[in-house]
Design a protein around this ligand. Structure first.
Ligand SMILES: NC(=O)c1ccc[n+]([C@@H]2O[C@H](COP(=O)([O-])OP(=O)(O)OC[C@H]3O[C@@H](n4cnc5c(N)ncnc54)[C@H](OP(=O)(O)O)[C@@H]3O)[C@@H](O)[C@H]2O)c1
Length: 293
């Protein structure tokens, strides 16, 4: 359990979310070890079940946070077996090897599985419809995680205003594209409750040490289109660019349209309020400013 002297193990600890979790945990003085294929404390391929079993036996973690993923929809379509191995088989191995009375499992899932269209705020029991291999394999991983009694699962969506490793998160892409091209297209028919990654990491770590288990949405307090997010972010960052209206209809692979989430189940446990669109954008602008200094 946290505070036992045994480490927190962050699978995918070099990624966008993982790196924030690790930074916040280290600031708190926790013992943290990262796992990824490169630049991590433990460098291994998490699709190798035997290697994962050895890692868990050797490290005896008090908490495992699983944020390893293939987040590219195209990569998942191109390598479905690999997506299944990472998003689902890995979770099965974790739940088979770990013991709930010894290790807390925090599993990061996605809003990319919610069904329908429009600005619905889905609860955890809303209808789901995985539109692509990414969503199908993530959902399969969730079902294994739900079989582990000491688990917290977060369906979430987050972004950052700054480049991470070599990747441009959505927020950073918006700012760069608008500044360099003077115009940008936003999907008016794709809805979400996108959070800034720093807030997502803070909520995950606070909830991780609470006596709660099960499935939780973790998103902004409101639901907005990607178009509205772009307009608000550019307004707050004082970037003048033409924002054109686009649609996700016809995109291959198909993607979620109604990713809006109702996060009140988690909100009830947090001593602070999840931010709305305006506050998320303010956080992102502040992050970009800090990074530039
Ligand atoms: N980013 C989003 O917009 C978003 C939205 C909703 C939900 N999520 C979920 O949030 C979680 C974190 O996403 P993220 O954006 O932080 O992802 P990310 O930045 O792409 O990071 C993925 C991490 O997983 C590691 N990884 C990938 N394949 C691996 C393998 N075979 N073996 C070992 N490590 C591997 C990567 O390191 P190496 O490549 O070096 O191995 C990296 O540390 C995921 O569960 C994702 O599904 C993300």
């Amino acid at each position: 359990m946290p505070g036992s002297g045994r480490p927190w193990l962050v699978l995918g600890g070099t990624g966008l979310l993982g790196a924030r979790l690790v930074r916040q945990l280290r600031t708190q003085g926790q013992v943290v070890e990262t796992v990824a294929r490169q630049n991590a404390d433990h460098q291994l391929d998490l699709t190798d079940g035997a290697a994962v079993q050895r890692l868990l036996t050797d490290t005896r973690p008090s908490v495992v946070i699983n944020c390893a993923a293939m987040v590219s929809l195209a990569a998942c379509e191109a390598e479905p077996d690999r997506a299944q191995a990472l998003h689902s088989d890995l979770v099965r191995v974790l739940t088979e090897v770990l013991s709930p009375d010894q290790t807390r499992l925090v599993h990061i899932s996605t809003d990319h599985i919610y069904a329908g269209e429009g600005a619905a705020a889905h609860t955890e029991s809303s209808q789901i419809q995985p539109y692509n291999i990414y969503a199908k394999t993530k959902l399969s991983g969730e079902s294994f995680a739900l079989g582990y009694s000491n688990v917290l699962i977060f369906r979430t969506n987050f972004t950052s205003a700054v480049k991470h490793n070599e990747a441009l998160p959505f927020g950073a892409w918006v700012l760069k594209t608008a500044r360099e091209q003077g115009e940008i297209t936003g999907f008016a028919d794709a809805y979400c409750s996108l959070l800034d990654v720093e807030t997502a990491a803070k909520a995950i770590l606070e909830a991780a040490v609470m006596p709660i288990t099960g499935l939780y949405n973790l998103g902004a307090s409101d639901v907005f289109s990607k178009l509205k997010f772009i307009q608000e972010l550019l307004k707050q960052a004082e970037v003048a660019a033409e924002v054109k209206t686009g649609t996700v209809a016809g995109l291959v692979p198909p993607r979620v349209r109604a990713g809006g989430m109702d996060s009140r189940k988690l909100q009830a446990h947090l001593p602070w309020s999840l931010p709305n669109l305006n506050s998320v954008c303010a956080q992102l602008v502040a992050e970009e400013t800090r990074h530039a200094i």
